[in-house]
Design a protein around this ligand. Structure first.
Ligand SMILES: Cc1cc2nc3c(=O)[nH]c(=O)nc-3n(C[C@H](O)[C@H](O)[C@H](O)COP(=O)(O)OP(=O)(O)OC[C@H]3O[C@@H](n4cnc5c(N)ncnc54)[C@H](O)[C@@H]3O)c2cc1C
Length: 431
């Protein structure tokens, strides 16, 4: 029987891997490649803050799994992995329901010879009182679209009401890259919405508060990047609070452990990650306190050679460091490339290559205003980038993902299409 490789999760890493393996092993008939995802379409997760602010229209940037599978010699199965039976080498998929709650696809099992788990992560609210009930999260396209809809609803209500000059308050918990980028993107959205005539809420009347438990914004990046970013945010009118740990969220406000109360009509939690709960000790595999599967440098899980995990859902050691590989699109992309080679080597009975994270630096987009970041080079060490150049590098991360999925020609066509579209469509999604 042809070797069956099942990849669960078609995100930044899993979809690249399925495409690469399809084009090689799948095309030659050396293996059957199956990708499983809960959705029918893929949108690159680092774009979700733009979806939330309305500056990105998901229908233009989404990829259809069924078509991608057809073009790249792999199969696609719609479903949510809910369990695993290592003894019989099967995964369990829960029943898929349609929008009205009726069963679309029944619960079923899927057999594998090699299983790759790449199901990503969700935001971690650390069990903070009221956070799950009162905050919005940006883990999925649906959640980002929900945020956008709520933002628009505020504007539409203000526009239809009698009171001129209304206000809107947004609080973002977590000043990591996601929180910072969302704050800048929302500021940009406030200007665009006013320019389109929804000007009962003036740009300066959208109050954005960014709340960070640590001593500075972008705690995972070097301090010399935090300082200019903090200054730019303040220049844009964003209130930045540091050393402020949120201890409770209510429908109207957020409370910090040092007693401050921040009133906000829209609240977004963008601090911390954890892997999906169904992974916790799944069929005896080792996991850590945030549900990530423990893997070796080959990306095989610690207790099962036939099961690999990568991306945000895996705790992968970094040689010479006591920290794991960070949960970043950059790492998922590198690991997908390594596994594409590794799984081919495995079929040929050759030793597996091992993964070492290469940090190419981090870039943070401050919407159309600027971008800031550092690039890591072998010879130069870390180079600080700002402004136009940083923005170009930032956009290139997404282009690399598109190249892996579509190849060079189609990526160039997509870039051309979006440039033409910019002249004919509103710059902000208005519905
Ligand atoms: C707003 C935002 C901005 C970000 N910006 C950056 C950035 O600028 N640079 C950067 O490097 N990183 C960034 N990140 C982090 C980056 O998005 C992640 O590190 C990256 O997407 C991880 O890739 P992944 O393949 O592990 O998971 P994901 O890309 O999250 O994909 C997981 C996939 O698994 C599917 N799935 C989940 N559960 C199941 C299940 N049970 N069964 C079947 N399928 C399932 C999901 O539908 C999804 O398609 C950002 C994240 C967010 C939220």
């Amino acid at each position: 029987m042809t070797h069956r490789i099942v990849i669960v999760g078609g995100g930044a890493g899993g979809l690249e891997l399925a495409t690469r393996l399809g084009k090689t092993l799948g095309k030659r008939g050396s293996a059957n490649i199956t990708l499983v995802d809960t959705n029918l379409t893929h949108i690159w997760k680092p774009l979700l803050h733009e979806v939330a602010a309305g500056s990105l229209n998901t229908s233009e940037d989404e990829l259809n799994y069924v078509a991608q599978a057809k073009w790249n010699h792999f199969q696609f199965q719609l479903g949510r992995m809910s369990g695993l039976d290592r003894a019989t080498k099967q995964i369990q998929l829960a029943a898929t329901l349609d929008e009205d709650g009726r069963e679309l696809l029944p619960a079923r099992t899927l057999g594998y010879d090699t299983l790759v788990i790449a199901v990503g992560s969700n935001t971690n609210d650390f069990g903070t009182l009221g956070a799950a009930q009162n905050c919005l999260f940006l883990d999925t396209r649906k959640q980002a679209e929900r945020f956008h809809q709520q933002l628009l609803n505020h504007y539409l209500r203000a526009h239809a009401g009698d009171n001129a000059n209304q206000k809107i308050s947004v609080a973002i918990v977590g000043a990591g890259a996601t929180g910072v980028e969302l704050a800048a993107e929302l500021h940009h959205a406030a200007h665009e919405l006013a320019a389109y005539g929804l000007d009962r809420i003036k740009p300066q009347d959208m109050h954005i508060t960014l709340i960070e438990a640590g001593p500075r914004v972008l705690p995972a990046l070097p301090e010399r990047i935090s300082v200019p970013v903090h200054k730019t945010l303040e220049k844009l009118g964003v209130t930045v609070m540091t050393n402020a740990a949120v201890s409770e969220v209510t429908a109207e406000s957020l409370k910090t452990s040092n007693g401050e109360v921040i009133e906000a009509s829209l609240k977004v939690w963008a601090a911390g990650i954890r892997a999906p709960a169904f992974l916790k000790d799944i069929d005896g595999l080792e996991t850590n306190r945030i549900n990530q599967l423990l893997v070796r440098p080959t990306l095989q899980t610690t207790l099962d050679d036939d099961i690999f995990a990568f991306g945000d859902c895996a705790a992968c050691p970094q040689p010479g460091s006591d920290r794991n590989v960070p949960p970043r699109a950059q790492a998922a992309h590198q690991q997908a490339s390594l596994l594409a080679k590794g799984l081919k080597a495995r079929l040929e009975g050759k030793p597996l290559p091992t993964y070492a994270y290469r940090d190419y630096g981090s870039l943070v987009s401050l919407s159309s205003f600027s971008a800031v970041g550092n690039l890591m080079g072998n010879l130069t060490g870390s180079v600080m980038l700002e402004g136009w150049l940083a923005r170009m590098f930032y956009v290139s991360l997404y282009r690399m993902h598109q190249m892996a999925l579509y190849g060079t020609f189609r990526t160039l066509m997509l870039m051309l299409g979006s440039r033409i579209g910019r002249g004919t469509e509103p710059r902000l999604k208005l519905h």
